[in-house]
Design a binder for this molecule. Structure first.
Ligand code: 5U1
Length: 686
């Protein structure tokens, strides 16, 4: 077949369209068409290129899937050295940096004139250089030693948000963009989750995952990794191009040319504003979509940058203010096995106490025996602990060359450390469980704590400590015992008095009236979380129908797969569980039941078809209640902001989702506004 000019026109159209959709999706985070439309156009282009291989060009969107493996990476000499940065470990060192800069600029700054700084989160990834000639990506290289790096062009070409062709026409003939390649937290978690399931390499942190993915000789592997690029400066720029006078303006140009820059960057005046920015980002750090290890502050004015120049391999006009490290080394002194609500035995590392990310850590989770085998860890080892955000600290690696001769293997006990029942492990499951069920004191306590917890019956005043006291005093053994407590017995407990005991009984009385979703969740059926419980309640409307449902009917419920269906069937088939439900109903537990809302009816609900995201702290109602209200009005609640989001409900301390929603021009409601909105839609009692 000959390649006609009509066909060439169609190829060009498709490439331009696909590049534009990719840019909207990966760089602007604002897709304008569904994925299916992108896929359709992609397949059309792929089909044409297959029929006319002579039409394939290096910059075609189909060429981002990787190439056959290299034998090794070649070397690239950086025409302009890639600099490193001096660090400031605290506010004093940051203000010291400002003082030194001002001293050097004496005479150039008016009395009291503040310097302008660009503040940029310092991504925890790998510094790279990407070279464009005539708008085409021609080379990408690692930083290496700053003078020579490795040629990783084939790998960088596969990164979704790195354009193969620059946008617009006003870019320099030669342009070197510098920035960081990193792996966003969500992609990292998913990659590791997959790796665990398939016995593949698990990475210790997003940075290692990014490095491991980028250093692949087979770029087809890199293409499958969730890497992103974020630009923070330029290197070579050909002479015909007139550079702007401010760093911030350069970044805006880079953005216009189709590359991603950090949306959390800011331009501020004076060092105090830098200190404030550092504190604010420190607070937001855990909620960002990516790992950062500090903030880079740069003098914004390029003339001033030039006046200040460099010392050794670092510029005098920039500094990296560092956050406390998220990883530290310490000694694994022992391992205990903790019994959970469902009897799962979790190995917990007892550590020599160590500061990690500003908090003293002496325990870390080891997940399960498979994880212990994977890590190859022994008691007595020196281990690396990672604490990122609010998640439980993790043991991520073992420092093998520090292993003492006395190190001992970690062995799963054969009997439950709490009740002595046999520990069992089902071949298909990673976890081992105590077979004691509610005979096991810990399982009993944990089940009752769960029953009373906020997302379940939400019994005001019945916290974990009080449940333990009640169980230890022999006052409760099962859920329904809670509703038969006597005032005089409760009042005798440690730190209780008649008034607090009465308050507890009153709260229990209130909690007797609940919703079907909450009741189901409270029962603690394995794998039935809040959403699944609510979906079951919405789908069936009546408890009895859930109790009698067969597997096929359960599988029709959104979010219910085979495993959940099996757990539900097993739970309701157990006479003991049926009797618990009967006892609770006899004790007065009740919830409204009604025919489920049909598809036609739900399409008529006021928020039908609308997508909401909830972020930050909602002090009045909590995020779960907010979600339930929105769902009851027909709205869909998702976890991440995109162009498809209609409205963001943003409570206190909202972080990157708020910034993103603002950037996309999405409606935003604070908590007070949200409560008004609910009232307007007829929700009472909020
Ligand atoms: N955000 C950001 N990271 N980072 C790293 N900006 C930035 N700038 C750097 C480095 C090494 O160097 C320039 C100041 C040259």
């Amino acid at each position: 077949m000959t390649l006609t000019s009509e066909m060439m026109t169609r190829i060009k159209q498709l490439r331009a369209q696909l590049n534009s959709y990719s840019h909207q999706y990966y760089v602007l985070d604002a897709p304008t068409v569904p994925d299916a439309e992108y896929d359709r156009l992609y397949r059309e282009l792929e089909g044409i290129e297959k029929d006319y291989p002579e039409a394939v060009t290096l910059d075609s969107p189909t060429q981002k899937v990787g190439a056959p493996p290299l034998a090794s990476f070649s070397q690239v000499s950086h025409e302009l050295p890639m600099l490193s940065l001096d660090n400031a470990m605290n506010n004093d060192e940051l203000t010291d940096f400002n003082r030194k800069v001002r001293d050097r600029l004496k005479g150039l700054l008016a009395e009291g004139q503040e310097l302008e700084f660009a503040c940029e989160p310092k991504l925890d990834g790998l510094a790279v250089s990407i070279l464009y000639e005539d708008g085409q990506l021609v080379q990408a290289a690692t930083r290496g030693d700053g003078s020579t790096g490795e040629n990783i062009t084939l790998n960088v070409r596969t990164i979704k948000n790195v354009p193969l062709t620059l946008q617009g026409i006003d870019f320099p003939k030669r342009l070197e963009v510098r920035g960081e390649i990193y792996m966003p937290k969500a992609g990292f978690e998913k990659l590791n989750q997959n790796a665990r399931e398939n016995d593949d390499k698990v990475f210790a942190n997003p940075r290692n995952a990014a490095a491991g993915s980028l250093r692949q000789l087979d770029s087809r592997i890199t293409a499958k990794r969730p890497l992103e690029f974020c630009a923070y400066s330029i290197g070579i720029v050909s002479d015909e191009f007139t550079l702007p006078t401010k760093h911030g303006e350069i970044l805006q140009n880079i953005k216009r040319w189709g590359l991603k820059i950090n949306s959390d960057m800011a331009i501020v005046e004076g060092i105090q504003a830098c200190v404030d920015y550092f504190s604010e980002l420190g607070r937001k750090r855990d909620n960002l979509d990516y790992d950062i290890d500090g903030i880079v502050f740069k003098i914004n004015d390029l003339d001033i940058q030039q006046q200040l120049g460099f010392v050794a391999r670092a510029p005098r006009w920039a500094i990296a203010a560092k956050f406390p490290a998220q990883e530290e080394m310490t000694l694994l002194e022992d391992v205990d096995f903790q019994v959970g609500r469902t009897g799962a035995l979790t190995p917990v590392a007892r550590l020599k106490a160590v500061h990690v990310a500003g908090v003293m850590v002496s325990n870390a989770t080891l997940h399960n025996m498979d994880e212990i085998t994977r890590l190859g860890v022994k008691i007595g080892d020196t281990v690396v602990i990672r604490r990122a955000g609010d998640v439980i600290p993790q043991v991520v690696t073992v420092v093998i060359d520090r292993r003492p001769a006395s190190a001992t293997d970690i062995i799963m006990p054969t009997n439950c450390p709490v009740c002595g029942s046999k520990v069992e492990r089902i071949a298909s499951e990673a976890v081992a469980r105590c077979s004691g069920g509610l005979y096991c004191g810990t399982q009993r306590k944990e089940a009752i704590k769960h029953f009373a917890s906020r997302k379940a019956l939400d019994v005001d005043g019945l916290g974990d400590k009080l449940v333990e006291l009640l169980v230890d005093a022999g006052l409760i053994d099962s859920f329904d015992d809670l509703f038969h407590l006597r005032l005089e017995d409760v009042a005798k407990l440690e730190r209780m008095a008649e008034k607090s005991a009465q308050n507890l009984l009153d709260s229990l009385e209130v909690a007797k009236t609940t919703t079907l979703g909450r009741f189901l969740y409270a029962l603690g059926i394995r794998e039935v979380g809040v959403t699944t419980a609510q979906n079951l309640a919405d789908y069936f409307g009546y408890l009895e129908r859930i109790q009698n449902a067969d597997e096929a009917t359960l599988l029709a419920v959104p979010d219910v797969g085979e495993i959940v269906a099996q757990h539900l069937l097993a739970f309701f088939a157990e006479p003991h569980n049926q009797s618990i439900i009967e006892q609770l109903q006899k004790a007065g537990m009740n919830w409204p039941e009604s025919e489920p809302v049909s598809a036609e009816e739900s399409a008529e609900l006021p928020l039908a078809g609308k997508v909401y995201v909830i972020t930050g702290t909602l002090a009045e109602m909590g995020r779960d209640d907010a979600k339930q209200y929105l769902q009851a009005l027909g709205g869909k609640v998702t976890g991440s902001v995109s162009a498809k989001t209609h409205c963001l409900v943003a409570g206190e301390k909202a972080g990157s989702k708020l910034t993103k929603a603002q950037g996309l021009g999405i409606d935003i409601l604070d908590e007070a506004g949200f409560i008004d909105f609910l009232r307007l839609h007829g929700v009472s009692g909020v």
